[in-house]
Write a protein of this length. Sequence first.
Length: 166
Amino acid sequence: MTTAHRHEHAAALVVSAGPAVVLEIGCGNGAVLELLAERLPQARLIGLDRSATALARAAGRLREQVAAGRVTLVQAAIVELGLPAASVDVAVAVNVNVFWTSSAAAELAVLARVLRPGGELHLVVAPPSPDPRVRAGTEGSLRRAGWTTTAVAEHGGVVAVSATPG
């Protein structure tokens, strides 16, 4: 399973919704944001990451989109996200382990607040080796936080869990 394959899968999930505002959680070097910028030319994209180093790489990669105001990069943890309520159409995270290694209750509460009614969260994971605990942990975190799983897809080692706030 290549990193590019995970990114393509995540971008396809988001693009299918045709959102106006997309939040990528754990945007890293901006690879998924770059795909989204190409495929959703009218969308506003927000990349969130705790790492200043990762965001610097993303800023370099997305220089034109940042300068044009299409992409905003935010250094913060999910629980520190200061976006207004109901301001995001779709949120996506690729290999952000908080969703399967902990309850993620605080993180999911913040995401429920910033998603618009009908907004969806896509959690895309591709563990180094098949591990059913990743999917089970992700779905369990969502369920315990009151979210509704709307779709689960597994393809080529990538697991994608989509959900809406309860």
